[in-house]
Design a protein around this ligand. Structure first.
Ligand code: DX5
Ligand code: ZN
Length: 216
C-alpha cells in the first residue's frame, strides 16, 4: 500500500519560507500541503493565491492545497491555474459539492473533499467514485498544533469500506495532530497520506522526522 507524508507549510517559519521549502525539497516527503483559510469557514486567516504562486516556483514536491474557505467555487479555477496537483474542498463549505468536484477535475487537477470532525464520511457516498482523495480532519480545521481526535480511526475504517465497496480509487488523507506516536496506527488503519505540520517544522530535523513517520 502506498504511504505518503505531506508536510503542512502552516507550521513553517514564514520569514524563511524558501529555506523551509528547500528542506522539504531534499526530504522524502511526497507532497507539500498548503492550508488556505478565509477567517469565515474557519476562525483563522492564513495565506492565499500570491503565496502559493511563489511557493509553486520553488517547490519540487507536488502541491496539495487544502481550501478552508466558504463556497470555494469562485476560486477553484484560479487555484488550479497555479499548477497545483491536488485541490481539496470542504464538504461543509459547498452548497453544490458535486459541481465543485467536476470543476476541479475539468482543470486536470486531482479532486479531494474534506470532512470536519463532526461530519460523517457517509455524506460522501454519492460522490466517492469521482474523488481522487478524501481528507478526514483529525482536528477542527483552523489551527496547527491541536490535539488529535481519537474518533478519526473509526472514520478511517468506515471510509475504507466505502471506498472498497464503490471501487473508488480515492486515497485517504488524515490531517491534524499527527505525530510519531499515532502515525503507525493511522497508516495501519488504511491511511495513505499523513499531513503533519508541527511535528515536522517545529523539530530540529524535519527531514529526519519525515523518515521516522514513514518508517513503520
Ligand atoms: C488545520 C490544518 C492542518 C494543520 C496541521 O486546519 O488543515 O493542515 O496545519 O498541523 P498540525 O500537524 O500541527 O496539527
Ligand atoms: Zn490542512
Amino acid at each position: 500500500m502506498n504511504r505518503y507524508i505531506s508536510p503542512s507549510i502552516l507550521a513553517a517559519d514564514f520569514a524563511n519560507l524558501e529555506k523551509e521549502i528547500s528542506i522539504i525539497n531534499k526530504s522524502n516527503a511526497s507532497w507539500l500541503h498548503c492550508d488556505v483559510m478565509d477567517g469565515v469557514f474557519v476562525p483563522n486567516i492564513s495565506f492565499g493565491i500570491p503565496v502559493i504562486e511563489s511557493i509553486s516556483k520553488i517547490t519540487k514536491k507536488p502541491l496539495d492545497v487544502h481550501l478552508m474557505i466558504i463556497e470555494p467555487a469562485n476560486h477553484i479555477d484560479k487555484f488550479c491555474d497555479l499548477g497545483i496537483d491536488i485541490l481539496t474542498i470542504h464538504q461543509e463549505a459547498c452548497k453544490h459539492l458535486q459541481r465543485g468536484i467536476l470543476q476541479i477535475r475539468e482543470k486536470g487537477v486531482k479532486a479531494g473533499v474534506s470532512v470536519s470532525p463532526h461530519t460523517s464520511v457517509s455524506v460522501l457516498s454519492e460522490v466517492i467514485a469521482d474523488l481522487d482523495l478524501v481528507l478526514i480532519m483529525s482536528v477542527n480545521p483552523g489551527f496547527g498544533g491541536q490535539e488529535f481526535i481519537e474518533n478519526t480511526y473509526r472514520k478511517v475504517s468506515e471510509l475504507k469500506n466505502m471506498i472498497e465497496k464503490s471501487n473508488s480509487k480515492a486515497l485517504i488523507q488524515v490531517d491534524g495532530g499527527v505525530t510519531l506516536e499515532n502515525s503507525k496506527r493511522l497508516f495501519n488503519s488504511g491511511v495513505n497520506i499523513l499531513v503533519t505540520g508541527t511535528a515536522i517544522f517545529k523539530s530540529d530535523d524535519p527531514a529526519g522526522i519525515i523518515d521516522k513517520l514513514l518508517a513503520i
